[in-house]
Design a protein around this ligand. Sequence first.
Ligand SMILES: *[C@@H]1O[C@H](CO)[C@@H](O)[C@H](O)[C@H]1NC(C)=O
Ligand SMILES: *[C@@H]1O[C@H](CO)[C@@H](O)[C@H](O)[C@H]1NC(C)=O
Length: 332
Amino acid sequence: MDNPYFCLLLLLAFSCFSTRVLSWRHDQQYNEGKNYEGSSDLINLEYHMGPVLASPIKLYIIWYGHWNPNHQAIIRDFLVSLSTSSSFPSAADWWRTVRLYTDQTGANITGNIVLSGEYNDYIYSHGTTLSRLAMQSIIRTAVTAYGGIPLNPYSGLYLVLTSSDVRVEDFCRAVCGFHYFTFPAIVGVTVPYAWVGYSGTQCPGMCAYPFAWPNYSGRPPSNGANNIMGAPNGDVGVDGMISVIAHELAEVSSNPLVNAWYAGDDPTAPTEIADLCVGVYGSGGGGGYAGKVYRDNWGNGYNLNGVRGRKFLVQWVWNPVRKRCFGPNAMD
Ligand SMILES: *[C@@H]1O[C@H](CO)[C@@H](O)[C@H](O)[C@H]1NC(C)=O
Ligand SMILES: *[C@@H]1O[C@H](CO)[C@@H](O)[C@H](O)[C@H]1NC(C)=O
């Protein structure tokens, strides 16, 4: 639920970070291979009998704060790409791994995600410093405002995206995003939601890896800026957000009420299907190496195609059949 993004990144990446990074050559960065994609035997991902998001999802975006229209277009295109076919390997192909999860009725997670409404909270209705719980008040504002989005307790999924100038409790310190469900006392019903912040100005090194390097990795990459992977849509913050949004959508779908798919014995700090694969974007990924990904004509890294010729870089998720992290750009 909580996307302890940073802790996992620390764990996966930093143990080997200084040595690995310094040993990289420019031409190796995208194709160095090491079999380090998460080992199956140590992972006790379990189903805890709760529901998954098996019915078609109506996705509603709440843009909180001031948003650049170009950034909004990139995010929208990614969300549409999740259930629209594009050339292989596509964002919809990536979502197929998420669809492998079922509930106790045998129903799979849906492949049908429809962007069904957007609300612009450009007046910062709850201020510029937000607690985690404040996301629920923001949703309430969006569904009660005149001209707002509908409150849809049957198939609604709400995505709150905060702009660069908004501070959020734990953001940049412990998390890049999280998901949870609303309380009837605040919103009126229980609906799943996720929040992701724009990290481009506040903490790209933490939430926009591998487009920016972790701030306290000790030393910058040996080749300086050349060793940082270029962002396929031209904005480190938004391209980093795409992967965090994907991470949260995969987890909210497989664990919407925090009683379905997760590993670990502690439901207050579950390790979910994307948490298991933080920092892995291609074959061989892990340990501070993103894995084998593609380069576009400008040398930027990506691993998925989307609508309108878009390219995205999205972390892998845990595949319950193969029992390892997986994405459609896998080499095997
Ligand atoms: C549903 O999940 C099962 C179990 O993982 C899998 O075998 C099947 O292919 C999935 N169906 C779809 C449509 O993804
Ligand atoms: C680390 O982060 C701080 C605050 O965000 C910033 O001022 C500093 O320049 C960063 N250092 C590096 C090496 O990126």
